[in-house]
Write a protein that binds this ligand. Sequence first.
Ligand code: ATP
Ligand code: MG
Length: 568
Amino acid sequence: MSDKDTGAAPPAPVDFIRSIVAEDLAAGTHHGRVATRFPPEPNGYLHIGHAKSICLNFGIAEETGGTCNLRFDDTNPAKEDVEYVDAIKEDVEWLGFRWHALFFASDYFERLYEFAVALIKQGKAYVDSLNADEIRAHRGTLTEPGRNSRYRDRSADENLDLFARMRASEFADGTHVLRAKIDMASPNLNMRDPTLYRIRHATHHRTGDTWCIYPMYDFAHPLSDALEQITHSICTLEFEDHRPLYDWLVAAVIDRDRPQQIEFARLNLNYTVMSKRKLLQLVQQKQVTGWDDPRMPTIAGLRRRGYTPEAIRAFCARIGVAKKENVIDMAQLEHSVREDLNRRAPRVMAVLRPVKVVITNYPDGQVEEVDVINNPEDPGAGTRRVPFSRELYIERDDFMEDPPKKFFRLAPGREVRLRCAYFITCTDVVKDDRGDIVELRCTYDPATRGGDSPDGRKVKATLHWVSAPRAIPVEVRLYDRLFAVEDPERPQGGKTFLDNLNPRSLEALRECRAEPSLANARPGDRCQFERLGYFCVDPDSRAGALVFNRTVSLRDTWARIAQKQKGG
Ligand code: ATP
Ligand code: MG
C-alpha cells in the first residue's frame, strides 16, 4: 500500500480515550483544542505505571498537535521534596517527551485561595470546627447517610473571617477545615461535604512558610486543570468516584470549556509493587540500594538496569489502554527490552563463571587476533578483532566431566568450536586436592582457524571464550525478581509485602572476564554478552573495574507463555 494515498481516512484511534479525543476534535468541542497534563505528586520517583500515563498524556498531545503540561501536584508539604521534582523531570525527558509548560500546583495557591473565598461567598463552602474524629463519625457509611456538622450553617461572613484567620496562622493544625457544602446524604461519599483546605504548619519545598493552610488534592487538581485550560484530564480508575466532585468544583469556578475527566485502568505488574509508599519503604529500609536500584520498577531503576526509552514506550503501546483492571506479566516488559536490544546491542564475549582452558599445542606467549562476527544474525554488522592465546577462559557450565546424553558442549575427548576461532578437543582435566577442576587441557586444530573445519567435520556446540592474559576482569550483577510471589501485596503467609521479598534477587559475580574491546565502556553502554543476555554498564564502575548489570537474559519466556496461551 502506498503511503501517498490521498484523502485516506486518518488511522483509527487505538483506544477508547483516543476515540473520545478524536470525536471531540471532529465535533469542535473545546474549540478543536487538545490539552492534557501529567500530574505527579513529587513524593517519590516515577515507576513503570507512571510511564503508561506519560505515554498516554504526552502521546495524545503529540498525535493531535495538542499540548501536554507537566504539573507537580505539590499540595502536601510533609511528603514532598525537590529531589523528586528533579528526578521526575529527568525521567519524563529520558522517556522522550517534552512538556509544553511546567507548572506546580503551588504556583496556584493564591488563585486557589481566591476560588475558595468565592465558594464561601456563594454559600458553597464553610469552615468546620469539628475535629478529625468527629468529622469521620459524621460522614456515615456506604449504607447510611452522613449527618450535618453543627457548624454547617455558619454565615458567609463568619466563614470568610475564620478562613482568613486560618490563613493568618491563628489556629493550630486540625482545629478547623474548609469544606464544600454539597450533600451529607449523597450516596457518593466524596460528595458528603469534602474537605477543601486543612491547616498544616509545615514548610513547603517551594513556598516555604508563606502558607499554613494547604488545599486538598481533590480541590487543587480540578481547579489546576481549569486554570491551565486542560481539555482532557486523564487519570486512573480510582478517581472515577471523584468525578462528580471534579465536575462540581469546575462548574463552580468556570462557565464554559470545562475540562473533562476520563479514567483508565492503571498498570499492574506481577512480582513487584508499584505504590510509592511501598517503594519508599524499600529504599528507607535499605532493602534496595536506592530508588534507582536495577531491581526497582522505577523508571530510574529500569534505566540503570539497561532498559531503553524505546523499549518502555513499546511496552506501553503493547499493553494498551482500557477501562478494565488486569495484571500484566513481567515477562512482557522483558520481552519489549529484549526485542529492542536485539536490534541495537553490539555482541561481545564475556565469561561469567570462568574455568581455565590451556591449549597445549598452541605456542606459549603467542597472541593472535581473530575476526569475530559482531552479530551472527546480522551479516552487515561486520567483525571485530579479539585476541586468542594459549590460555583462555570458558564458562564453567560449558564443561561436564561426565556428560549426560543431551549435553553437547565440552567434555573429555570431545571436540567443540570456540566462536570464530578454532575447534578444540579436551584431553585432560586438572583438579586440586579437593577435587575441584582448576584447568582443562585441550588441543586445537590449526586448520580450523575462523571456526570452520576444512574437511566438513561437524561439532555440536559453539562456545564463547576470552583470552586469559588479555581479558579484563569485570563484575557482573545478575538480577532476579524483587519479590518471590506474583502478588506481593497480598499476604501469602507473609505478614507484610516485605516478607515476600526474593532473598536471591541479586547475585554479584566478581570473577568475570570480558573481551578487551570493552575496556573503554562507559556507564549506560549496552551490549549483548553472547549466549548470556543483554548487559549495561553500571554507574558504580571505576576505571579498570567495570560493573555490568544484566538487563535481561536471552531466552524469551514471554514468547513461550504467549504461545501456550494461543494453544500452540
Ligand atoms: P501512589 O498511589 O503510588 O502514590 P499515585 O498514583 O498517587 O501513586 P501520582 O504521582 O499521583 O502517583 O501519579 C501521577 C499520575 O500517574 C496520576 O495521573 C496517576 O493516575 C498516574 N498513575 C499512577 N500510577 C499508575 C499506574 N500504575 N498506571 C497508570 N497510571 C498511573
Ligand atoms: Mg496520586
